[in-house]
Design a protein around this ligand. Structure first.
Ligand code: G4P
Ligand code: NA
Ligand code: NA
Length: 194
């Protein structure tokens, strides 16, 4: 997605060989115009797949997921990372290891928002080692619904998540694919679609 790549080139800050900071449009401040285009692009890629629900994880997955849900005409559920006062019964829970924080955390979705008939599109902002995505897949599987695809805004292709999800049989659609962040420079995977 050309617009996204340009935004990353203009505003992304390479913090280390492994981490890209995109606080100006995705992880802190949000650019609604870019996010609308991201939603359109996810909808274009998954419009033929009979998606009935989008599942994401708080907090940065929510804005691209809502824009995609608007375009696809389906509701969006976000997994919670912290215990909620009101989210109490019939929880689907999965344990997710965070490499950045080096700890296991539970994520949870209420079973009332997923049914066996659902065809789910999982959306997240970043794909690194794929722990969050695998936790969401686990939750969707627990509900009996079908994981129809995984949509990612920024994939770090040099980490293992994307390949592992593909090896598990999932269709992964990433709007920007980063091959390397070495020497303070963002290098994208060559993409032929534009
Ligand atoms: P994984 O799920 O793919 O295994 O990722 P990991 O545990 O390494 O990532 C933990 C958090 O860091 C996630 O956000 C993830 O989206 C984010 N992240 C991973 N790599 C990068 C990166 O290079 N740049 C940025 N900006 N974020 C990255 P989170 O803690 O769940 O935060 P949020 O969704 O509330 O923003
Ligand atoms: Na994040
Ligand atoms: Na995220």
């Amino acid at each position: 997605m050309r617009l996204l790549r340009e935004k990353i080139e203009q505003e992304g800050i390479v913090l280390s060989d492994g981490v890209l900071k995109v606080d100006s449009f995705l992880n802190h401040q949000i650019d609604p115009i870019l996010m609308k285009e991201i939603g359109l692009e996810f909808a274009r890629r998954f419009e033929a797949d009979g998606i009935t629900k989008i599942v994401t994880i708080e907090s940065s997955g929510i804005s691209p997921a809502v824009m995609a849900g608007l375009e696809l005409g389906v509701k969006v559920v976000f997994a919670r990372k912290r215990k909620s006062l009101t989210l109490t019964n019939n929880l689907l829970v999965s344990s997710v290891y965070s490499f950045t924080k080096q700890e296991e955390n539970n994520i949870a979705v209420s079973s009332q928002f997923l049914s066996q008939e659902d065809r789910v599109l999982i959306i997240d902002d970043f794909l690194a080692n794929g722990e969050a995505a695998k936790g969401l897949v686990d939750i969707v599987n627990q509900s009996g619904a079908t994981v129809t695809g995984i949509g990612i805004v920024i994939e770090k292709s040099f980490q293992k998540g994307a390949q592992e999800l593909v090896d598990l049989g999932h269709r992964v659609e990433s709007l920007a694919k980063i091959a390397s962040l070495k020497e303070g420079k963002v290098s994208f995977v060559e993409q032929l679609e534009e």
